[in-house]
Design a protein around this ligand. Structure first.
Ligand SMILES: Nc1nc2c(c(=O)[nH]1)N[C@H]1C(S)=C(S)[C@@H](COP(=O)(O)OP(=O)(O)OC[C@H]3O[C@@H](n4cnc5c(=O)[nH]c(N)nc54)[C@H](O)[C@@H]3O)O[C@H]1N2
Ligand SMILES: Nc1nc2c(c(=O)[nH]1)N[C@H]1C(S)=C(S)[C@@H](COP(=O)(O)OP(=O)(O)OC[C@H]3O[C@@H](n4cnc5c(=O)[nH]c(N)nc54)[C@H](O)[C@@H]3O)O[C@H]1N2
Ligand code: SF4
Ligand SMILES: [Mo]
Length: 699
């Protein structure tokens, strides 16, 4: 007898509805849920891999402790007691403690609502996280313009007539900061009603291949394109459409003069996109039909990330498409985070590298290794890594790896012994993914319909297992007990969720939401900016001084041409997810995906043929990797996917280790970052590429 369970897939931001068919504890099938209000039956190959994660023989099922003879299994109680004693002893010595939070935590509402208790108990100041390797520039621009780090506008794909995607690849990523499951069919529907998709990317990506137009752009130069588009849009006048004009502050008057100073031909030369193309993109975006421009990783993890995100908002504003049906719109989800979490903040933090920006309390991860190795009393000695793998995901992996070995206490919450957790003293593994419940916590606020979905755990927990949130809560209690402090009253995640749902404008209870297993649909996105702005004067701040100043800084960079080297960018594949799905056989099978993509001319100039081994070197490191020649790469740019490099000693994921690949982040340079936000620059790394040296046979 099999049973069918409704769930939300927790792996990526698309939050697809899936139907999991179970026979006892065995997964029989995982299929798309055709009745799901948002994903409409869509899934990608990663959904079926949830079964591989659940049944992974390499997954840790009990806590382990590193001893002289390797890893030993230890009981939860003993692990909590020992960790609590060490945390408190180190606290008494005045040792600095820190957290690194990885991406999967954002897909676990329960952990997200509970881990603050643990951080406070540990006394960790600030947080390193995957966010400063990713989307912090978006939060910065949103805070500056709309008054809240989480007030995001997404393309209203179901009603728009044009989307320009700059530096995003939703065909592989399934959308990011834009919860848009079934992207392919939504694009087809747009094209069928006469709409057009335009992609700006150094690589002819999977998304570029389904687009109506693709324009290659030199990595890190999109600012020139965006300034050019804005200049052309504003050339016709620059007055805002009625309805929007009343919401925008006086600084709007400064935007046109600021972009008018640029020479369009010079901008075109800088980014490698012709002036005529820039003009025609501007004309089409401003044609009066509903259009949208959206930019993601490619324009976030670069030197002018915050500036780019601001310019993108300004283009949507200037064309009249912000907060308009078919333009870019602000979701009003079932659980409205904006009304219930702080607005965020922009501060600075002192680090061994000097003063760095600190957005939302983050310490930029580019400074992670420095803070672990600094030689004063501010050195981090206690570290908690929660669902993260910075050795593979942060710049200069080798240095991170060395730095982790200096810690007095490192605790990883992870279900694998990874390139990172292998350096921990204790690893605390969560239960299997099907043993957790799920709510679309951070992604309802980014979805293309007003929506939310809750799914209960599919399976009861295995005996002795704990969910991430329970591990965090139990450990926090143990630390407080060790300090002799009373245990606070913890709300359970479900209690928190119920309260947050009820406090949202839709006002539903968790029980009511749970009764709708296909998700709750509150309809298409609605204009709402007037009621959502959270700046002090409730106006949209068009031209914050820091961003105008950054525009001047960019102006000084125009015309700079990188010399001699190639420019390295990353890539994502639909069968991978950052560093942690390579232990699923069905996802890694087939041809090697961790290759150096290179344009035929660049390969020929270096005497490289398809399948050769190349040596790729940057300021910080070098790797040897197999060459894949393809004219999908624009000349001068090469690509290596991130998340690989599982050859490192001590890892427990055997299938991943059999498909090790190399880590692009052994080449990325932590010295490069966005000055306004501290976000890492992960693309456009200058590299040299040459045939790999012949291995010298030992005598
Ligand atoms: N060069 C380059 N580097 C990049 C990127 C890039 O595009 N190019 N992308 C960046 C981006 S956008 C991101 S988000 C980061 C990701 O960076 P990280 O978040 O640091 O890394 P992940 O690969 O997501 O690793 C997640 C870890 O969590 C574990 N894990 C998975 N699920 C769970 C769970 O439910 N509970 C617990 N406790 N552990 C779990 C996995 O085993 C894995 O070890 O990488 C960044 N790094
Ligand atoms: N299958 C899969 N899905 C994922 C993930 C995954 O690892 N695998 N990771 C998830 C996570 S954590 C995130 S943050 C999202 C990311 O989601 P996306 O941002 O959509 O994904 P990326 O593939 O990083 O897309 C960035 C694009 O920018 C291009 N690019 C690089 N440099 C530049 C540049 O200077 N300018 C321009 N215009 N383009 C540039 C790259 O070629 C790439 O196509 O994906 C999520 N979904
Ligand atoms: S697109 Fe993302 S959410 Fe949907 S099935 Fe694939 S991994 Fe899961
Ligand atoms: Mo990410």
């Amino acid at each position: 007898m099999t049973t069918i369970h409704h769930r939300t897939c927790h792996i990526c931001e698309a939050n697809c509805g899936v139907l999991v068919e179970m026979e006892g504890r065995k997964v029989v099938s995982i299929k798309g849920n055709p009745d799901h209000v948002l994903s409409r039956g869509h899934i990608c190959p990663k959904a079926t891999a949830i079964a591989d994660l659940q049944d992974d023989p390499d997954r840790l099922r009990q806590p382990v402790k590193r001893g002289a003879d390797g890893w030993q299994v230890i009981s939860w109680d003993a692990a909590f007691r020992e960790i609590a004693q060490k945390v408190v002893a180190l606290q008494r010595e005045g040792a600095r403690a820190a957290f690194y939070r990885g991406n999967p935590g954002a897909h676990d509402y329960a952990l997200s609502t509970q881990s603050g208790y643990l951080q406070r108990a540990v006394g960790a100041r600030g947080t390193f996280s995957a966010s400063t390797l990713d989307q912090i520039p978006h939060h910065y621009a949103q805070y500056q313009m709309y008054g809240h780090v989480s007030l995001a506008a997404v393309p209203d794909i179901d009603r728009t007539q044009m989307i320009v995607i700059v530096g995003g690849n939703p065909m592989a990523s399934n959308g990011s900061l834009w919860t848009v499951p079934d992207f392919r069919n939504r694009v087809k529907e747009m094209q069928a009603r006469g709409g057009r998709l335009v992609v700006i990317d150094p690589r002819r990506t999977e998304t570029a291949k389904v687009a109506d137009e693709w324009h290659p752009v030199l990595p890190g130069t999109d600012t020139a394109l965006l300034v050019g588009i804005l200049q052309c849009v504003l050339a016709e006048g620059g007055s805002l459409r009625p309805g929007l004009a009343e919401l925008v502050d006086d600084s709007w008057a400064q935007v046109k003069p600021a972009v008018d100073g640029f020479d369009l031909d010079e901008l075109a030369d800088h980014c490698g996109i012709e002036a005529a193309t820039i003009r025609s993109l501007a004309t089409e975006l401003a044609s009066g039909k509903p259009t949208s421009i959206y930019g993601r990783m490619g324009v976030s993890v670069c030197e002018f990330g915050a500036l780019n995100q601001w310019l993108i908002q300004l283009i949507n504003l200037a064309t009249g498409n912000l907060d308009r049906e078919g333009g870019t719109m602000f979701p009003q989800p079932l659980l409205d985070l904006v009304g219930q979490v702080g607005k965020g903040n922009i501060r600075t933090v002192e680090t061994a590298r000097g003063t760095l920006p600190s957005i939302m309390g983050e310490i930029p991860t580019i400074a992670f290794a420095d803070e672990l190795t600094r030689d004063d009393d501010q050195r981090i000695r206690t570290l908690f890594v929660i669902a993260g793998n910075p050795v593979l995901s942060a710049p200069d992996g080798e240095r991170t790896e060395e730095a982790l070995q200096k810690l007095d206490l490192m605790v990883s919450m992870d279900m694998h012994i990874t390139e990172t957790s292998t350096h921990a003293h204790y690893i605390l593994p969560p239960c299997g993914p099907l043993e957790k419940d799920h709510y679309t916590f951070f992604f309802g606020p980014l979805a293309v319909r007003n929506f939310g979905a809750y799914s209960p755990a599919t399976l009861p927990m295995e005996e002795g297992a704990k969910a991430d949130w329970e591990i965090a809560a139990d450990l926090a209690q143990s630390i407080l007990a060790e300090k002799g402090k009373p245990a606070p009253n913890f709300d359970t995640p479900r209690e928190r969720l119920d309260a947050m749902l009820k406090a949202s404008p839709a006002g539903m209870s968790l029980a009511e939401v749970e009764a709708q297993p296909n998700g709750v649909d509150l309809g298409p996105l609605q204009p709402c900016l007037k009621d959502r702005l959270l700046t002090s004067d409730r106006l949209l701040h068009a031209a914050p001084p820091e961003l105008l100043e950054e525009l001047h800084r960019f102006a000084a960079r125009l015309g700079e041409v990188p010399e001699g080297s190639l420019s390295l960018i990353g890539r994502r594949h639909v069968r991978s997810n950052n560093s942690w799905l390579h232990n699923s056989r069905r996802l890694v099978k087939g041809p090697d995906r961790c290759t150096l993509m290179i344009n035929p001319d660049d390969a020929q100039a270096r005497g490289l043929e398809d399948g050769d081994m190349a040596q790729v070197a940057s300021r910080v490191g070098e790797v040897e990797i197999v060459v894949e020649i393809t004219d999908d790469m624009m000349p001068g740019v090469v690509s290596i996917p991130h998340g690989w490099g599982h050859h490192r000693a001590g890892v427990s994921w055997r299938t991943a280790a059999d498909h090790a690949g190399v880590s692009i982040n052994d080449l990325t340079d932590p010295e490069r970052y966005d000055r306004l936000t501290g976000n890492a620059v992960l693309n456009g790394t200058p590299v040299t590429v040459e045939p790999a040296r012949e291995a010298v046979a030992p005598e």
